[in-house]
Design a protein around this ligand. Structure first.
Ligand code: EPZ
Length: 441
């Protein structure tokens, strides 16, 4: 059982290199199934979700490895078209293998994907896209069985701009015969990046990253190599940590253009921001002010994944900040833990009202999802005393070395892996975090 022990009220100073994008790398890895040769993806973070994707690829018969930040997949032999439930449940992106598997094998058998519990996360749009390309979709003994002699390009109209459904439709269309036009597509940067790799694989793709994507099927190149884009949510995480803790933090290997809505919110809060082509520096000295109302929406709107993080930063801002969550029904699961740290937050339906400037204190809390867990880290950096954070399996799905990187810029953060040391136990049970020795930094 791993935990983070975080001593708050220490400013962050220095530089953090931003990892490659989790949500970019996973569909890139799925695209490797379309090739009868080798695909290499550089700038790949070592995450449990990436390891789950490697396990799926190996189960399907590919040779797949992550070494020194590069994933290499040899998909010359795909020997299986069924992903067992235990692999499907390890992450949401397991569903991303549906389109390429169906295109490659003419059959795909899956179950419901796992992932963060953020409210209902149906896959109806993914299945409708496969049906539009000619697949027969049935449920048999709790599994979804999709078959298609050969997928054929067709118009696909997405009822809402789902990121995953857009990617899955592009992947299936890349392996289909003929031209597919996806309208109502999501415009997230990760989709632009998927289009870039598919293009390197010889597929003709136009408009990836806009609301109309055209894909002319046919993977021609036996080898493709691509560098995954920087993780905009990991970048937002470190910026919100800097806002919460104060100090001056520079992020390298990042793309300020993809961070615009987050940078705009931090600017309204009074952070001094400087950007170059691939760096962002945030200086936060003195009090922050509320950014006003923050409304999440599909890209280029404010990203839902950054909402819990900005909420943590807003806790130390003067004034009231309103959050409106428009993407997922249940994305305020971090609020009870923030309240346990002293935060004043009222939640009603899809809205949350944060009264900032209330002193925070350390507490023993648990992460309940990936970004909510990272938000607890940011809040702990602003809190007086020691926070003891568990539920790290959620955080490990999306962040490579979060604690080590924050520690390197001055945060009081230490990761305890394995059994809890005896010295932390009292005869009555566990000591409260506040009573513990401060974590060494
Ligand atoms: C991706 O999830 C990301 N995950 C999420 O990041 C992110 O929050 C989300 O996009 C929105 O930006 C990955 O890329 C792996 P959606 P995805 O399909 O693709 C509804 C993180 O923390 N919907 O765009 O699953 C759905 O219920 C994760 O890194 C349907 O109704 O999101 C939601 O309300 C969490 N039917 C909305 O669309 C469908 O078939 C947007 O979901 C599909 C989606």
């Amino acid at each position: 059982m791993s935990r983070l022990i975080i001593t708050g009220k220490r400013e962050l100073h220095g530089e953090i290199p931003v990892q490659g994008a989790k949500n970019g790398v996973l569909p890139l890895m799925a695209s490797s199934l379309l090739s009868h040769g080798v695909t290499v993806i550089d700038n790949c973070p070592d995450l449990t979700d990436v390891r789950a994707a490697l396990d799926i690829l190996r189960h399907l018969g590919c040779r797949a490895a992550l070494e020194k930040g590069a994933v290499t997949v040899d998909a010359s032999d795909v020997t299986c078209c069924e992903i067992p439930d235990a692999l499907m449940r390890r992450m949401r992106s397991s569903v991303m293998f549906l389109g390429p598997l169906l295109a490659r094998c003419g059959r795909a058998v899956i179950t419901a994907p796992g992932g963060c519990e953020l409210g209902p996360r149906p896959i109806d749009l993914h299945l409708a896209a496969m049906a539009a390309l000619g697949a027969d979709v049935r449920e048999e003994d709790g599994s979804l069985v999709l078959t298609a002699g050969r997928l054929t390009g067709a118009p696909i109209r997405l009822a809402l701009p789902s990121v995953g459904a857009t990617e899955n439709a592009m992947l299936a269309a890349a392996g289909a015969e003929g031209v597919t036009v996806i309208t109502g597509a999501a415009r997230e940067p990760e989709i632009r990046d998927l289009g870039a790799l598919l293009t390197k694989m010889g597929v003709r793709v136009h408009g990836a990253g806009t609301s109309t994507v055209t894909v002319e099927g046919g993977v021609k190149a036996p080898f493709a190599r691509h560098r995954a884009l920087p993780d905009r949510i990991a970048a937002a995480t470190y910026l919100c940590c800097a806002a919460a803790a104060g100090g001056e933090l520079t992020l390298t290997n990042t793309d300020p253009d993809d961070l615009r809505p987050v940078l705009a919110a931090l600017d309204r809060m009074g952070a001094a921001l400087k950007t170059t082509g691939d760096t962002v520096t945030a200086a936060v000295h003195g009090p922050l002010r509320s950014p006003g109302t923050v409304v999440t929406g599909p890209h280029p709107g404010f990203p839902t994944d950054a909402q819990p993080l900005l909420m943590a930063a807003a806790l130390r801002a003067e004034g009231t900040t309103a959050f409106v969550e428009n993407i997922f029904e249940n994305r305020f699961r971090h609020v009870p833990a923030l309240r346990a740290m002293g935060a004043d937050i009222a939640v009603e339906g899809r809205g949350a009202l944060v009264r900032g400037g209330v002193p925070l204190h350390g507490a023993r809390v648990e992460a309940t999802d990936l970004r909510g867990g990272a938000a607890l880290v940011a809040a702990a950096l602003a809190a007086e005393g020691v926070t003891d954070l568990g539920g790290l399996a959620h955080i490990d799905r999306g962040y490579e070395n979060l604690a080590g990187l924050l520690h390197s810029v001055g945060a009081g953060i230490e990761r305890i892996d394995g059994k809890e040391p005896e010295r932390w136990k009292t005869t009555e049970g566990r000591k409260t975090p506040a009573a513990r020795e401060p974590a060494s930094t």
